[in-house]
Design a protein around this ligand. Structure first.
Ligand code: GUN
Length: 283
């Protein structure tokens, strides 16, 4: 039987509608929620991403300010700008688009953002808060994945969840979120031996590797939920995920498509984090 599709576009639309309601409530008490986006350099993919972030914000009533700087900007100047945004009470969220030019230390730049405005959830303080179960900003992609699981009413308690990928922005925070929901979590990665032996026992698989066909039908337990974070191009240049969708969708119970799955949810969760930041700052 073919898997049911978890429609990221439809769910993101619902999430955005909730954000619109919260924006209106803030505006009614004189607060204009405001996201500051900082882009350094001319990376083509980054230019597209920030354009989406600005458009998404404006369409939901959030103010978005895009600051562009040349790739030659000195790190000290960027840090100075971040400090100014930290101190600006009209700015609720700060996002520094990655990657930064090679002469900059991304870690140092991210750490300069006030944790109260860290809407990407990349600050060490945000990662620590997630780990110990304290309030803080959760990275948008894994948070979007969790929302997708919640949208199908999936109870993670006692379930075996396998996360493929151990990045700081997807794999590791995803594992923490699943753990917080009482799943039994395994993190697999490029050095994992016999990946299929883990995934075949998994009730939930989150694939976040950045490589095509990491998960094929023979590796999936019948009825499992499969969340595909990958964004790759196939031989025809078409967007595809990490999961062999055609094969896996014949075995899984639920599956997210690429495109139209995790991507729209990542974008929507940035809006949620920004409205959270504005509400927390003005309570
Ligand atoms: N570059 C690619 N994805 C992201 C993201 O989610 N946030 C930031 N800041 N940079 C990115």
């Amino acid at each position: 039987m073919a898997a049911q599709i978890i429609d990221g576009n439809a769910l993101a639309k619902q999430v955005r509608a909730e954000v619109v309601g919260r924006v209106e409530a803030l505006k009614a008490r004189g607060v204009q929620p405001h996201l500051a986006i900082v882009l350094v350099g001319e990376d083509p993919a980054s230019q597209v991403y920030v354009k989406h972030k600005v458009n998404d914000s404006e369409q939901t009533g959030l103010k978005a300010t895009l600051e562009r700087y040349p790739a030659t900007l000195a790190e000290a100047q960027l840090l100075e700008r971040i400090h100014a945004l930290n101190a600006d009470p009209t700015v609720h969220g700060i996002l520094v688009q990655l990657p930064l030019p090679k002469h900059m230390d991304s870690h140092k730049v991210i750490e300069a953002i006030s944790p109260a405005k860290d809407v990407d959830g990349f600050h060490v303080s945000s990662a620590g808060a997630l780990m110990v179960g304290q309030p803080g900003f959760w990275p948008c992609t894994p948070h979007g994945c969790l929302k997708m699981l919640e949208s199908i009413g999936y109870d993670l308690k006692g379930r075996n969840a396998v996360v493929i990928g151990r990045s700081n922005i997807v794999g590791k925070p995803m594992a923490m979120m699943l753990l917080a929901k009482d799943a039994t979590v395994t993190i697999c990665h490029s050095r994992t031996k016999d990946l299929a032996s883990f995934t075949r026992n998994a009730d939930v698989v989150v694939a976040a590797v950045g490589k095509r066909n990491v998960l094929t039908a023979d590796m999936v337990k019948p009825g499992a939920v499969v969340i595909d974070v990958g964004m790759n191009r196939n031989d025809e240049g078409k967007l595809c995920g990490d999961v062999d969708f055609a094969g896996v969708s014949q075995v899984a119970g639920w599956i997210t498509p690429v495109p139209g799955g995790v991507g729209p949810m990542t974008r929507a969760m940035l809006l949620v984090n920004t409205i959270d930041a504005a509400e927390r700052a003005t309570r």
